[in-house]
Structure formats: C-alpha cells, structure tokens
Ligand binder design. Structure first.
Ligand code: ADP
Ligand code: MG
Length: 824
C-alpha cells in the first residue's frame, strides 16, 4: 500500500522549473503567454475533486477532453505568437522557444495532475472501504471468537457443577436433558463458527484480489513514470540543443528547424501517452466496477454476520436460561442435600446415644468380665503349656494306638480265620444234618398222590370215587376195592385237593441234597392216566416237579453264588423196550449204550448222550421244548408211546467252593415211568405184549434194586434193566429216592390202584429193621414176580396171600416201621 501511495514531487523536476526560470529571466513574458503556465502551477488539479471522481467515468472523459482542449487552446495562441516572431527565433524571447516552453509546461502540468489523480484513486481504492471493511470484519471475528470461548468456558463450568452435585438425584434426568440442549446449542455455535470462517475466507480472497489490482495499478504508474522520465529527458536535450544553437548563431536557423521537427515527434509521443492514459483510466473504471461488486458482496456478508450474531444471541439467551434452570436445580438439590444431612445427623445422634448407652453397658460388663478374663488367661497359659507338650504326647499316643490297631487287626484276622474255619465246619455240619434228616426221613421215601375224578373217567357206578383219607393222619389212604375197604400207610398221601406246590414240598429237601453233592432220583409210578406226567411236568400255568425243582435249584445256586461256582447241565432220555434213546440228540432213533468209565472209578456213562449247559429256567424250558419236539416227530401216537416208555430228565449240578476249592457233583434224575397196568391179563399179543414184558421187567428190576438197597445187600441187581443200570450211581450209596405213586380214585381202576398201593407200601416197608427187611424182602420178591409178571409162568400165591388187602390183617405195616424208626 505504502509504495502505491507515492506522490509526485514537482520540486524535484529541475528541468521543467529550469525551463520556466529561463523564460522569466531572459525577457519579460507577454501577458498572453504567462497566465497559462501560472494557472496550472497555482492549482495543479483544476478539474479533479472527490465530487468529480464519484460522478463516474462518463463525466471524466469530457473533463479530460476539456483539459486537452484547454491545453490546446492555451497552446495555440502561443504558437501563433511564436510563428509571428519566428524571424528572431534564436533570441531569448523568440516565439518558437516560447511555444516549446509552454508546451512543455502543459505536459508537465498534465503529468502532475494525472499522477495526483492516480494516487488519489489509489488511496481511495486501496486504503479506504474494502480495507476498513476487512479490518472491521476481522475485529468482529475476533470478538465473536472470544465470546464463544467465554460461552464454552461457562458451559464447561455448568457441566462440571451439576454433574458433581446431582449424581444419583432425582433431578439428574432434567439435568441430562438440559445438557443435551446445551450440546445442541454448542453444535449450532460450531456451525456458525464454520460459516464465519467461510466468510473470513471470502474476505481474504477479496483482499487478495484487491492486492492484485493494486499491483497492476502500480505497474501502470511505473510505466507512466518511465514515460515521463523519457519525455523530460528529451525536453532537457532539446533545451540543451537550443542553448547550443543560440551559442552558434549562423546555423541557428537550421537548428530551430530541427527542433521543430523534434517537437512534432514529441507531440506524437504525447499523444501516445495520452492514449495510454486513456487506457489506464478505463482500467481504473473497471477496477471501480469490481470494487463495487465486492462492496455488494461485503454488504451481503455483513448481513449474514448480523444474522449469525442474532442466532448467537438467541443461543446465548437459551444458554442463560439453561444456566438459570441448572442453578435452580442445584439450589433445590443443595436444599435436599442439607435436609438429608440434617436427617442423617439427627439419626446419627440418636444412634450415637444408643451406642453410648451400649458402651456404658459394655463397660460395666467389661468390669465384671475382667476377673473372668484373668482366670481365662491363666487357663489359656496352662493350655499353652499343655499344647507345647502335645506333639510329644500325640506321637506317643499315636505309637501306642498304632500298636493297638495292629494288634486288633491281627486279632481280627485270626478271628476271621477262626470264623472261616467254623463256618466251613458249620457248613459241613449243616450238610451232615440235612443229610441225616433226609436219611431219617428215609433215603427212599414213598408218597401217594390221588388225582381228582376227571371227565375222561366217564359217568355211572364205574366212575364213582373209591378212595378216602384219614382226616387225622395224612399218611393213610383207604380204598374200597370190590366192596371191601383196604387201608395203606405210606410216608405221605396227597388227596386230589393237594396242589403241585404241596407235592413239591416233599421234593425241596432233595434239591438241597443234590446241591450238596448227593444223587437224587424222583420216580412217578402208577397206571396210565393216574397223573404221572401231570405231577412231573404239570401244565404251563401250573408246572410240576421238574420245573419247580429246577427253579429251586437255580435260586439256591444263585444264593450261594458268592461262595460257590456252580455249573448245571441237562440231558433227556427215554427207555423204550429196553432201548436207551437220547431225546436231545440229533438222532433220537439211535440206541445208546451204557458203559463203565475207562478211568476205573466204576462210574457209568452214556457215550453220545447230549448234555446242555443251562443258566436259567428259560434255558431248561427250551431244552424241554426241543426234547418234546423230538418225541412228537418220532412217534405218531405220543400219548400211547409215552405211557409205554420211561422218560428221564437228568440234571447234573457241579459246584466248586470258591474259598476252599472243594468240588461237589450232584445228580437229579426225574423219571416219568411207563404205565404200571398189567396188560398181560387182558391177553395182549405181539408188540403190545413185548412192551408189557419190557415194562414189567424194568419196573420189577427197579423194585428189586430198591429192595436190595434197603436191605443193604451185598449184591444189588442194577444190570437187570436199562433203567436201573442207568440210574445205578443215583440209587446206590447215600443217594436219595422219592417214589410218587399216582392213584386213580375211580371205581373201575381200583384193582390197578390196589396193585400200585401194594407196590408202594412194600417198597416202603422193606426199610424196616434188618430182620423184618429180610423177611419182607423175601415175600415181596416172590409176590412181585407173581404180580408183575402175569405173563410169567410161575405165579406165587403165597406172596399174594400175604399182601392181600383183604387178608384180615388189621395192624398196618406202617405201625411196625414207626416202632423201629429210632433204630434206623
Ligand atoms: P399219566 O401220565 O399217568 O398217564 P396224566 O398225567 O397224563 O397220566 O393224567 C391223565 C389226566 O388226568 C390228565 O388229563 C391230567 O390232566 C389229569 N390229572 C392228573 N392228575 C391230576 C391232578 N392232580 N389234578 C388235576 N388233573 C389231573
Ligand atoms: Mg404220562
């Protein structure tokens, strides 16, 4: 700015002043020539002024035109004067010289006025409104910024205060709302700030443009100064030339001519500079226009600023209000707080009072406790001493306790050993006792079971019941045979009302014996249809001895499982016409042989007889099923066949005592014998006769064996039949035998019933004392031959007479047995 305001120092242009002085000093100037230069000198800017500048370009131009015309009109008379005086042009007052001087003066004036005009324009353009506006805006900006900072600080303060005071209070929500509002306002203020900064930027841009315009103006002025410099140089040269011409009077004319020529050149230059001046003025006018636009823009930004200020004022008012609310809230909070403090204080005082009272109580307690404490302290010290010695005591105690425990363990283990020994002894004793019991009951027991009257028995006198029982003695059975009552005594008699379980009660002890390692034989004896199969097998709903025996066997084995490991195997066979067949084998038709064990133990075995190991009653049932199927496929009339054959189920129980390793083997033979009816009497022939003969033979062999066993004869005829031979090891020694004699109750069967009961009683009675046994045995054998073998040739009436129920013997054989039992 400063350089652009440079002004023209007219006093520093010696050439022009010099010219002026030369003119005045040489000769007195004519009145017409004088006023022209004098006027511009006295008033250098005759046509300029603020008023004129603002009128615009339109008026400037004519003003310039006037000026030019003024110059010309001032120059023209002078030129005419010069021409008139051209004769004496070389002298100091020559017209040519005067003319030149005037022209130079004019030019100088014009130059000065233009320079001043330029400087004035410059000062008006650059230094005034725009700059002021900009400065003002900058100041305003600064003020707004400060105000914002202050607002922010206040906000911060407000934010800090209620936050601390209202934590957790009921006004905190309102406070938060206010805070939100505040932050909103802050956001708006930030937006306004942005707008302000944009305006600043705009102002800056305009300032830059202004600076650019100034620069351009400066350049123009510099150009003009150069031009001026050049012109003044030429003027000086002209003066010098004139002076030198004056000094050389002869060629002066010529020189003047030259000057005239040069003067025309100067004119041309002048016109050029005028054109340039014109151009510059146009540019200035353009700049003015730009300036005007800028002013308008500035005006609009002022308006915007005013709007922003109004907004800020509004925000400030809102802030003020929020601040006021906040203060109110803080006030109320403060009051709440004070109130709460007062309440708390009052409560604390009450509590304090209570505590003080407690303290007083505690103090008195303490006073009373002190002596107790003293004794406690003494006790404690004593205990401490004891505790110090405790580890030693403990060690000793532990040592002694360990020793005691060791001793106790030893005692316990020896006790255990003793107990185990005793247990085993007891076990043996129990076995012995059980065995003794069974033996006392009789190793061979005979029971009778009378079946109920069935539909198959038909109706009429033949189907009437011929069997009665003694209500006071369950071993007595009465039979009405051909109108005569006959009584028999057996080990037990079961009436038709007896259930399968009742019958099985008699078997239970034998199962225990079998598990203990004894061999057991259970026979069902009787005429066909008397109920042998029913008693042995039973029905699926009401199983017989076979099923129940096995169930008991399994349950007892299970009970002993902790001490004994048992294996149970099952075989099933039948003997028909003295041929042994395997019912569980693949080829039931195959006849099996009974052989002596090659190990020399005297034991018998049947090579090829199938043995199934069974784990449960289900397994047994499967085995029965299989055996039954085999029998059904083999024989067309199974009922017929089964009544003519002996069916055997052989169960072997092998046990190992887990603690002693002792091994036991017991065999349970369940035999459903062939029908005992005497077919021979009805005159059977052929195969039927053969069957009868075989059945008779085997049944009498069984009677013989049992008799021999009971009478403890040295020779027992086991080999007389397949049945006795097969059951040899189960009948001899300490084996147990139960004979179930099945009886039909109806009238038509009384002879067979009589026969069966006689057989049963005789079997039972052989057990009586050795003398009578022998005597009984003798008579029985002969009787059996008579009775069993009707086809035999030598009947023995004596024996029959002895056993005849109608013999008139009122004393029952059982009474003799009862007498002798203790010695047995
Ligand atoms: P066996 O085998 O001696 O030829 P069964 O056992 O086949 O005779 O019996 C012949 C019939 O008598 C069968 O129908 C059987 O159900 C029936 N029976 C046998 N004993 C009894 C009894 N104690 N209770 C009911 N019915 C019986
Ligand atoms: Mg049968």
């Amino acid at each position: 700015m400063v350089p652009s305001r440079r002004t023209w120092n007219l006093g520093a242009t010696p050439s022009l002043l010099g010219l002026w002085r030369v003119g005045r000093a040489g000769e007195p100037q004519p009145a017409m020539a004088r006023p022209a230069p004098a006027s511009p000198a006295a008033r250098p800017f005759p046509h300029t002024g603020p008023g004129r500048l603002r009128t615009g370009r339109g008026k400037d131009t004519p003003a310039g035109g006037d000026e030019d015309s003024g110059v010309h009109s001032a120059g023209r008379p002078a030129l005419a004067q010069c021409r008139a005086l051209s004769v004496d042009w070389a002298g100091p007052g020559s017209p040519h010289r005067l003319y030149l001087t005037v022209q130079v003066e004019n030019l100088k004036e014009k130059l000065i006025s233009q320079a001043q005009e330029v400087s004035r324009l410059r000062s008006e353009l650059g230094g005034t409104d725009l700059e002021k506006h900009r400065d003002l805006l900058m100041v305003e900006n600064e003020r707004l910024r400060q105000e914002m900072r202050r607002c922010e600080a206040e906000l911060q303060e407000l934010r800090g205060k209620p936050g601390a005071a209202c934590t957790g209070c009921e006004h905190s929500q309102e406070s938060a709302q206010l805070r939100d509002k505040l932050s909103q306002l802050q956001l708006e203020v930030a937006e306004n700030k942005g707008m302000l900064s944009e305006l600043n930027l705009e102002v800056q841009q305009k300032t830059d443009r202004l600076a650019e315009v100034e620069l351009r103006l400066k350049d123009c002025l510099a150009e003009k100064a150069q031009e001026e410099e050049r012109l003044s140089r030429r003027l000086r040269d002209s003066h010098e030339t004139i002076a030198s011409l004056r000094a050389q009077s002869p060629p002066i004319k010529y020189v003047i001519k030259t000057v005239e020529v040069e003067s025309s050149k100067t004119k041309q230059a002048l016109s050029e500079s005028q054109a340039r001046n014109q151009h510059l003025q146009e540019q200035v006018a353009m700049q003015r226009q730009v300036l005007k636009e800028m002013e308008q823009q500035l005006q609009s930004s002022h308006q915007l600023t005013a709007q922003l200020r109004a907004q800020i004022a509004m925000y400030e008012a809102e802030l003020e209000r929020a601040h006021g609310q906040m203060l109110e809230e803080m006030q109320s909070l403060e009051e709440d707080k004070n109130r709460a403090i007062e309440e708390a204080f009052a409560r604390a005082q009450v509590e304090m009072k209570a505590v003080h009272e407690n303290l007083a109580g505690v103090r008195t307690n303490l006073l009373t406790l002190q002596p107790a404490l003293r004794t406690l302290t003494n006790d404690y010290n004593g205990l401490k001493r004891q505790v110090r010695g405790f580890p030693l005591l403990l060690q000793e105690a532990l040592k002694s306790v360990k020793a005691e425990i060791g001793q106790a363990i030893e005692e316990v283990s020896s006790n255990n050993q003793e107990l185990l020994r005793k247990y085993r002894r007891e076990l043996q004793l129990r076995k012995k006792c059980h065995n003794e019991l069974v033996r006392l009951k009789g190793n061979i027991r005979v029971i009778a079971r009378v079946r109920p009257v069935t539909k198959e028995d038909g109706e009429g006198p033949e189907a009437t019941n011929a069997v009665t029982f003694d209500p006071d003695d369950d071993s007595i059975i009465h039979l009405l045979h051909k109108g005569k009552p006959v009584s028999f005594e057996l080990d037990k008699v079961f009436s038709p009302r007896a259930s399968q379980q009742d019958v099985f009660q008699e078997v239970q002890a034998l199962i225990t014996s079998c598990i203990d390692g004894f061999n057991v034989c259970i026979f069902a004896y009787g005429q066909t249809g008397a109920g042998k199969t029913y008693t042995m097998e039973g029905t699926p709903e009401n199983p017989g001895i076979n099923q129940r025996a096995l169930q008991l066997l399994f349950s007892e084995v299970q009970e002993k499982a902790s001490d004994w490991a048992y294996t149970i195997t099952v075989s099933a066979a039948e003997i028909y016409n003295e041929a042994l067949r395997d019912l569980l084998g693949q080829e039931p038709q195959e006849k099996l042989e009974i052989r002596l064990c090659p190990d020399g133990s005297g034991q018998l075995y049947v090579p090829g007889l199938t043995e199934f190991q069974v784990q449960s009653v289900d397994d047994i049932n499967k085995v029965f099923e299989f055996g039954h199927t085999n029998r059904t496929t083999e024989f067309t009339n199974l009922n017929e066949h089964s009544s003519r054959s002996h069916a055997l189920l052989i169960v072997t129980v092998r046990g190992v005592d887990c603690s002693t390793g002792l091994r036991t083997t017991g065999k349970l033979n369940l035999v459903d014998l062939a029908g005992s009816e005497r077919v021979g009497k009805s005159g059977a022939e052929g195969s039927r006769l053969r069957e009868a003969q075989h059945i008779n033979k085997s049944l009498s062999a069984l009677g013989d064996v049992i008799a021999a066993l009971r009478s403890r004869q040295g020779h027992v005829p086991f080999r007389n039949s397949k049945l006795t031979y097969l059951l040899q090891d189960s009948l001899s020694g300490d084996s147990k035998t139960l004979m179930v004699v099945q009886v039909s109750p109806v009238e038509k069967n009384t002879s067979e019933t009589l026969y069966s009961l006689k057989f049963a009683e005789r079997v039972r009675s052989v057990e009586l004392g050795p003398g009578s046994r022998r005597a009984e045995l003798g008579s029985w054998s002969s009787q059996e031959h008579l009775e069993w073998e009707p086809a035999c040739q030598t009947p023995q009436p004596a024996a029959r007479a002895h056993s005849a129920p109608g013999s008139g013997s009122t004393s029952r054989p059982g009474s003799i047995r009862r007498k002798l039992q203790p010695s047995a």
